[in-house]
Structures are given as structure tokens and as C-alpha cells.
Design a protein. Sequence first.
Length: 197
Amino acid sequence: MKLIFQAIRQTIVWSIVCGIIYPLVFTVFAQLVFPKQANGSLIMGGGKLLGSEWMAQQFQGTKYFWPRPSAATYGTGATGLNASSGSNLGPTSAQLQTNVRANAKALRDAHKLAADAPVPSDLVYASASGVDPHISPEAAEFQVARVAAARGMPVDQVRSLVEQHVEQPQLGFLGQARVNVLLLNLALDAADTKKSG
């Protein structure tokens, strides 16, 4: 009986420490030290939620930069539908090859390119999470002419916005240079508003 009571006491103590105290301390710490990140790096505008810096969303139409394709249709899984995930299709998968060909064709058609023109790989392959918010600087540069023409903006102005939004590898060596699509598109909208205002 003594061992049973010890086991019960240990279970209660560690449940309180690990299940209540530890999460509470780190929640308070995060809210005090990193409030933006702790709350999802949400972006607000005009009193409305526009998105999160860390979640891709689909942008349609020629006047926006497009993110990577998403096997989860940019879902977050909040409702159990379209949960964030990759496709798990391997390199020999016929479905993967079909998807990549279709994505490449759609890109070439939208940019009025030849049927065999090279396209950036991150614009034809879905990300592992399905909600990757970044594309490579090369993928952004690929879209500059289309976006500039659709918005009636000088190509150099759009290219300059892309260059301003290139994030370098963390600490100078972790990861790759990247462009956050949501932040870039919001900057484009702001530049358009200034131009028309």
C-alpha cells in the first residue's frame, strides 16, 4: 500500500508541475518577452486580421505574388479539414509528377512563357507543411514582371520591394535567403495605395 500511495502522490505532484506550473510559467514568460510571436505573429490592418507571418495563404490573380503550392490547400487544421501537411508523395509517384507538370504549366501560361521554359522549383513543388509562408528570392524575381504589369507599376519598383523583403539566413548561415509572400503582397498594396492616393 505504501508504494501505491507514493506512486499516486508522485503522479499528482508531477502532473501539477508539468501540466500546470511549467506551461503557465512559459506562457507568462512568452507573453512578456515575445508577445507578438507568442500570439501567432498576426498581422492586422484596418481593424481586420490579414494573416500571420508564419502561415501561407493563397493569393489569386495576377497582381499578387503567389506562394508555394500547398498539398493541404493552405489549411491549418483548425476544423479538422485540410490539416497542415505535405502530400507524402515520393519521387516515383505518378501523382506527384502530374501535380508538378500541372503547376509548371499554370506558371508558364500565367507568365506567357514557352512550354519548356524553366520555372523555380519552389513554385511547382508543395512544401512539407503545406503552409510555408516563404518563397526563394528567385521565385519572387520570376513573378516580378507579371505583378508589375498587372498593377501598372514600374518593374524596377516591384523588384525593389522584393529586394527589401529578402530575409537573410538566420545568424548568417542557418537556412536560405527567403521572401515572406504575405508581407511582400501587403507592401505592394501599400505602394499601390500611395500611388493612387
